[in-house]
Design a protein around this ligand. Structure first.
Ligand SMILES: [Zn+2]
Length: 376
């Protein structure tokens, strides 16, 4: 195969790859969903066949064949582009009047992951602020400020986690009664709940319910934009498939393996992955509450790590204390991989990428060097 054909193959495959990655990255999916159909596999097939075929000498490749290839490639691209344009055209034709700065709603989310989800649903129709986003602050021990009180007092919609996690929101709501203000309590509406464990945002199924509630409330507050909110909700729901797929992948590879947790937050993902959490719950709970764990729970957790009875230590960096630091030190000394996770969403991430990136790290930890073979 000659340099020109090879070059053409690379150009076509690069265009395909760019289109595909844009289509699959949830934030950029907005107007490219049409590209995600099965048709996208036509181009790599063409590319591969054009590389494999005629690998003898370049000009032995009949021009007819070459012409057919280019025509097919261009037609495929045109189809994909046309579908995307049609989607744009349809979206523009049906679009409700744009949200102006003066008509913008104000949403206050207690934590930044709810802010991100609210933004994905509201788009430009709301200004969304959050109270807790500092990675150095332990949300379990947060005390609200005067600014927080003012934000809650002027909000059209307030999103709290509930379940005892951020009771300060209820105090702020009570301090500024407003019959027109809507409130979403994530814990109350979550279909998946682990008793004594309020970290429902680590469960994508629960966030689907929260996103639906946000869309519902936004439609009540701005009925003229109902279609926009519905569309954004569909895109959000579809983007959660990536999280579900990752959980299934880890479950297929590592289900049944024992792990350690410093804090109960990760149980919402460890359970569906089929991982066995060996750390005594009393220790995890004490870390979440910022109190000293029972001595025997600490001794058991240390023994499990020291003797490598657990395959990884999932370490919540945001609720670290001297007890978790001791466990981390032991894990490092014993060669047990430490997988860092956070309570709130790190800067520069979206809810979906945050969850998936952490699970990627866990997957490497479980399958990394020193971790041995598959499940046992
Ligand atoms: Zn926590």
């Amino acid at each position: 195969m000659g340099i020109r054909e090879r070059g053409a193959c690379w150009v076509v495959s690069s265009i395909f790859l760019i289109t595909r990655s844009r289509a699959e990255y949830p934030v950029y999916r907005l107007n490219l969903v049409d590209v995600s159909g099965k048709g996208r596999y036509y181009l790599p097939w063409l590319m591969i066949s054009c590389i494999i075929k005629d690998e003898t000498t370049p000009w032995e490749c009949p021009m007819v064949k070459l012409g057919t290839f280019f025509a097919a490639a261009i037609a495929s691209l045109a189809l994909v582009q046309g579908a995307s344009w049609m989607f744009f055209a349809r979206a523009f034709a049906q679009k409700a009047p744009a949200c102006t700065a003066s008509s913008r709603l104000h949403i206050v989310a207690a934590e930044n992951f709810y802010q991100d989800i609210a933004l994905q649903i509201s788009g430009s129709c709301a200004r969304v602020t959050s109270v807790l986003s500092d990675p150095d602050v332990d949300p379990h021990e947060y005390e609200p400020t005067v600014n927080d009180a003012e934000a809650v007092a002027t909000a059209n919609l307030v999103i709290e986690n509930g379940g005892g996690y951020d009771d300060w929101v209820n105090k702020l709501l009570a301090a500024s009664p407003d019959g027109g203000r809507l409130v979403i309590n994530a814990w109350d509406i979550s279909p998946v709940k682990i008793s004594g464990n309020e970290h429902v945002w680590y469960c994508a199924e629960d966030m689907k319910a929260v996103a639906a509630a946000i869309a519902g409330d936004l439609k009540r507050l701005r009925p003229s934009q109902a279609e926009r909110f519905e569309k954004n909700l569909t895109i959000f729901d579809e983007s959660l498939d990536e999280i579900g797929a990752k959980i299934r992948e880890i479950s297929n590879r590592f289900s049944g393996l024992p792990i350690a947790l410093t804090e109960p937050i990760f149980t919402y993902q460890a359970d569906p992955m089929g991982l066995r959490v060996l750390t005594p719950f009393a220790l995890q709970k004490a870390v979440a509450e910022g109190i000293d764990p029972p001595a025997n729970a600490m001794l058991i957790a240390q023994e499990q790590i020291r003797n490598k009875r657990v395959r990884v230590l999932v370490y919540n960096r945001q609720t670290a204390d001297r007890f978790t630091a001791r466990l981390e030190e032991l894990a490092k000394g014993s060669g047990v991989p430490v997988v860092a996770i956070t309570e709130t969403m790190p800067a520069g991430k979206h809810y979906q990428s945050w969850m998936v990136d952490q699970m990627d790290a866990l997957e490497s930890g479980l399958g990394g060097p020193g971790a041995g073979g598959g499940p046992r």
